[in-house]
Design a binder for this molecule. Structure first.
Ligand SMILES: [Zn+2]
Ligand SMILES: [Zn+2]
Length: 245
């Protein structure tokens, strides 16, 4: 299956990265809808899409407003938005409050259940609470014998090691390099060596780091060598990078 990183930055876009978005075009699945969601329309391979939101922070949901046009034009005929009840309420009441954005696109909002089957039953998605101000959930996707986990936004915790254990691909946030570890604790985010240790402990096959500090637009914002010394199969995600899983 093909996976496309639509946006790999945290908090706000910069010249290199838009905010959170991961797309599996052939399955019609999207994780998060940050500023990168303007890219969805040009990568559609299905007319129906299922969006899974991790939480309601703007860098993960603002792009829901951008889907109004592809929905109105019929490029997308049905769009389900899956999220926790709190996230759904926040999006409906605040993002789509009349003074902010006066038209609620024709989304079907669905509160998360223990196990969600999408893409005609081909993909099974489960979720796990994370540690982040206001709450967040991580996702695990299984398609045939392939397993992917998407973990953002969060401080690293042993509470979800079993949830990501043994996946073929772990996509994990890494907002900060080790030199800014104190900021990770203060802001509810992760730093490099902590994330690499988690990947090693969970015995995942490979890991891509995303949700990068937007103050950094250089080639090595998180200290890849530090991560690889702990977990060699660590890579840095970039906007519009494609993976075959
Ligand atoms: Zn975020
Ligand atoms: Zn957040």
């Amino acid at each position: 299956m093909r996976l496309l990183f639509l946006g790999t930055g945290g908090y706000h876009p910069n010249e290199r990265r838009h905010t959170a978005g991961i797309m599996l075009p052939e399955l019609g699945i999207l994780f998060d809808a940050g500023s990168s969601a303007f890219r969805v329309a040009s990568h559609l391979a299905t007319q129906q899409i299922d969006i899974f939101l991790t939480h309601a922070h703007l860098d993960h949901v603002q792009g829901l407003t951008y889907l109004l046009v592809p929905l109105a034009r019929g490029q997308i005929t049905h769009c389900r938005v899956h999220a926790s009840p709190d996230t759904i309420a926040a999006v409906k009441e605040h993002l789509f409050s009349e003074p902010l954005f006066p038209v609620l696109p024709a989304f079907e909002f669905l509160p998360l259940t223990d196990q969600v089957a999408v893409a005609n039953g081909q993909a099974i998605i489960t979720h796990q609470p994370l540690h982040h101000p206001g709450g967040s959930v991580g996702y695990r996707l299984q398609v045939g014998d392939k397993k992917i986990a998407y973990i953002t936004d969060t401080t690293v915790s042993h509470s979800y090691v079993d949830f990501v254990r043994g996946v073929d691909l772990l996509i994990h946030e890494c907002y900060f390099p080790d030199a800014m570890a104190d900021w990770a604790g203060k802001t509810g985010h992760s730093y490099t060596s902590q994330v690499a240790s988690l990947a090693s402990e969970a015995r995942v096959t490979r890991m891509y780091l995303t949700h990068i500090d937007p103050q950094r637009s250089d080639d090595d914002p998180i200290g890849l060598a530090t991560a690889r010394a702990i977990f060699p199969e660590t890579y840095l995600a970039e906007d519009l990078m494609e993976l075959e899983i």
